[in-house]
Design a protein. Sequence first.
Length: 633
Amino acid sequence: MKCDSTLYRAAPPSLAVKPRLIRHLFLPPLIIALMIGLGYIGFWVSEHYGIRSLSENGQRQLELHARAVESEISKYTYLPSLLELESSVSKLLGGPSPELRQTVNEYLEGLNRRSRSRAIYVMDTTGRVLATSNWRDVDSYLGEDLSFRAYFQNAVRGQPGRFYGIGSTSGEPGYYLAHGLEEHGKIIGVAVVKVRLEAMEERWQRARLEAFVSDENGIIILSSDPARRLKSVVPLSDETKEKLARSLQYYWFPLNELQPLAREKLAEGEEKLTFPANSELVSDEENISYLSQTRPLSDTPWNFTLLTPLQDLRREAINQGILVAVAFALVAFLLIAWNERRKVIATRLAAREALQEANNQLERRISERTTDLRASNERLKGQIRERRQAEETLRRAQDELIQAGKLAAIGQMSTSIAHELNQPLAALRTLSGNTVRFLERGQLDVASTNLKTINELIDRMGRITASLRSFARRGDDKGQASFGKAVDAALQLLGGRMESAQLHLHRNLEDVQVLIDQTRLEQILVNLIGNALDAMQSQPQPELWLEGEEFDGKYRLRVRDNGHGIDAEARKHLFEPFFTTKPGEQGLGLGLTLSASLAAATGGHLGVEHPASGGTTFVLSLPLVSPTPAEPI
Ligand code: ADP
């Protein structure tokens, strides 16, 4: 059974390899690019949300610490105005005298001590210090002209004077709160409280907080990091710088700008600043980024700025980015592995399906062919039935023919039988007449001899009729026959003809048992020997050879004569029924046909040979009952 080879044919290699090559070339760079991209996105998102969370937290911190700064500053706002209530102060401003000054000095000293401010002093409307809490110190303000100070100028105009500056006398930074002292609605002097706010810086440092306060000029006046102190957070023009220098507000400090390496505005009052790593707080050499959150402080034009380092956040964001990239790489790897596995499974499935399809096709073909075979089987069965019927019919016809042949043979032989029987009958008549005469004469011995001869003749006649009866009887396909007895019977039956022809018989055979009915074997032999006798009629020295031999489990008998032989045309039709060359009533043309068919019915065979020396040889083969050779007869 042939299978369809196209089912197993692989795809052309050029078509199968190309996409795989492209995939192998482009997939790794693509995955790396995606890893980097996703890693960066992970980093960015983590940083973004981290900053947002820090910002929310920072807002609370900012609020908390800004309030602390506000409360620290507001603690002192009422203090200068308190001096309005002190009569000695207003008296001193009305008419200064050494006693009054001393009284006010001592009062201010006590007040300063209690309020823990840096200094409290009173100035007249020209800006000269009339009394001060630090009157005992060498660098006391007493008698100093501080009219150039902005806080004085504001206070003398009735406005609250708020000022951060570096003392022109002490060189010490401080927060100045000035208040115009009024009497009867007129400003008679100015009271000033100087406060030191460094305690807040220390508090921030202890809390590891990075924060600063910048004033109205954008100058950092308080900072947890001393390096940032007195730096400007906004760019200052040269003109402003000169003006500020002249005001001595920041003494002679250069007021450099606090310049971040990068600045990114995130929201109102919120920036991302990157500073170079020169701060003491940073040990490594990396630049440091901060989230800068600024809020104005109430009651002052100042701003409070909280710096939250983004270092940890950045590190965290980098880790997150790496994590995302690694996770992506893992997912990509798993996807590739899954895809490869899917392809393998798909290939296996396809192969299985192809196999299944091939199987189905095979099964279809098998079932088609089985149907064909069944049909042809049925046809064959039909034919076999028909042939059996034909065989049956033929066998019946053959049986009929055998019977007919026998009858024909009887008919044929009746003349010779009549001849055979007439001779002894005539002899009997003569002998019986003679015997009566011999008895009448009293010649008893001669009469007795005649009676013996009569007996012998009657026996012979009985044998002839017995052979005839057995020949005419219907035989059986099965049975065993003695070869010797059959030959004897046949020769006896044809004895008369053989004698009259003066035949010379050569007999060389064995008495073996063959698988054929005894009568049928005799019929065959009578036919063959009879034909030989016919063929040798005109032969002056007729000779008949009966030669037997065992061959291949069969017994083979050759019946050879030296008759006229058979011509080429007659040879073709020899075994055909009713073929005869004998004239008139002599031949029916059934002898050979019946003999061959009787031999074949028992598994034997009847053939003919035409010896070069002349005559004819018929070869009869019959299966042996037992292949052991018998005694020669
Ligand atoms: P029949 O003897 O009635 O003619 P057979 O079938 O016995 O029918 O023989 C057919 C023919 O075969 C004979 O007519 C004869 O021509 C030929 N034939 C048979 N035996 C011999 C033989 N031994 N020699 C020559 N011819 C023979």
